[in-house]
Write a protein that binds this ligand. Structure first.
Ligand code: BT5
Length: 265
C-alpha cells in the first residue's frame, strides 16, 4: 500500500505562498474539480487546493472521464481568481502545462511534450491531463478551477484496457515509484511561479518555455473539432492560446479547441 499524500506537511512547506495556502485533502471524491467549484462558489480564496487519493467521477474534457484509482497518482484542483479577460482564460491551461511539464522533467530524464492544449505526453503516451473550468460574469472571470491529473505510480497492468496503450506513468517510465508528496509540492511551487509570471507579463513571458515543450511545430497534423477536421501544419500558438495551423492552401487558421492528431511523415 502506497504512503498517503502528506497534505499537511505540504501545506506547511508552502506557508507564505499563494497557491497551496490551504489544502483540502480527501481519501475519495467524485471529482476534485467539482468539489473545488463548490468551495469557490462559497467564497474560497485564490490558491486553495483540493486533492483526493481517488475519484469516482474524475472528469476529462467534453464529458470524457479520467481514470483515477486510489493511492497511486495525483488528482488536484486549484482555485484561481485571475484578473484576466474571459477571452484570455485559455492562458491558464497553457501556463499550467508549462508548470506541469517542468515538474515532470524534474522526475524523469526523458523529454516531456505538451500536446496542445491540455495533455502532457512522454514517449508519445499520455502522462497527465489538465481540465480548466471557468465561471464568468460578462467581461470578468469570477474563478477558474485548474484541475490536474498525473499518473505517478500507476502500473501498466492496473490501467484499464481502454488506456493501456495510450497512457503511461512516471513509474512505468523509470521503473521506480515517485514520492507523490514531493511531486505535489514541486508542482504547486512551479504553478505559483508560472502563475505569477503570467500575471506580471502576460503569456508572452511563458511563451518560449511553452514552445520548448511543443514538439509538433512544423509537423503535419489533423485537428479534429466537434463538427469537422482540418489538415495542415502545426505552427505554434498565439497569445490567446489558439493553435495556429497552416492549412493545405497555405492559409493560417486559428483553432480554439480541438484534438490534434499527428500524421505520418
Ligand atoms: C484531460 O481530458 O486530459 C483532462 C484530465 C483532467 C483530470 C483531472 S484529475 C483532477 C481534476 N478533477 C477532475 O475531475 N478532473 C481533473 P481529455 O483531454 O478529455 O482526456 C480524457 C481522455 O484521456 C479519456 O477519454 C481517456 O482516453 C484518457 N484517459 C483517461 N484517464 C486517463 C489516465 N489516468 N491516464 C491517461 N489517459 C487517460
Amino acid at each position: 500500500m502506497e504512503a498517503p499524500l502528506r497534505a499537511e506537511e505540504i501545506e506547511k512547506v508552502l506557508t507564505g505562498q499563494r497557491l497551496g495556502r490551504k489544502i483540502h485533502y480527501f481519501s475519495a471524491l467524485d471529482s476534485t474539480n467539482l468539489y473545488a467549484r463548490k468551495l469557490a462558489e462559497e467564497g474560497a480564496l485564490e490558491g486553495e487546493v483540493v486533492v483526493a487519493e481517488s475519484q469516482t467521477g474524475g472528469k476529462g474534457r467534453l464529458g470524457r472521464s479520467w481514470v483515477s484509482p486510489p493511492n497511486l497518482n495525483l488528482y488536484l484542483s486549484v482555485i484561481l481568481r485571475p484578473k484576466l479577460l474571459p477571452l484570455h482564460a485559455p492562458q491558464i491551461t497553457l501556463m499550467a502545462a508549462v508548470a506541469l511539464a517542468e515538474t515532470v522533467q524534474c522526475f524523469i530524464p526523458l523529454p516531456a511534450e505538451i500536446k496542445w492544449p491540455n495533455d502532457i505526453l512522454v514517449g508519445g503516451k499520455k502522462l497527465a491531463g489538465i481540465l480548466t473550468e471557468s465561471s464568468c460574469d460578462p467581461g470578468k472571470i469570477l474563478f477558474v478551477i485548474l484541475g490536474i491529473g498525473v499518473n505517478l505510480n500507476f502500473p501498466k497492468e492496473l490501467m484499464p484496457e481502454a488506456i493501456r496503450e495510450s497512457a503511461t506513468s512516471i513509474m512505468a517510465l523509470t521503473g521506480k515509484p515517485v514520492n507523490r508528496s514531493e511531486f505535489t509540492l514541486r508542482l504547486i511551487q512551479n504553478l505559483e511561479q508560472c502563475y505569477g509570471e503570467l500575471e506580471e507579463g502576460g503569456f508572452s513571458f511563458l511563451a518560449e518555455r511553452w514552445a520548448g515543450f511543443f514538439r509538433l511545430k512544423g509537423k503535419r497534423v489533423r485537428v479534429q473539432m466537434l463538427e469537422q477536421a482540418i489538415l495542415g501544419k502545426a505552427m505554434g500558438i498565439d497569445i490567446d492560446g489558439a493553435l495556429i495551423l497552416e492549412d493545405e492552401r497555405g492559409v493560417s487558421q486559428r483553432i480554439i479547441a480541438g484534438e490534434v492528431i499527428p500524421m505520418e511523415s
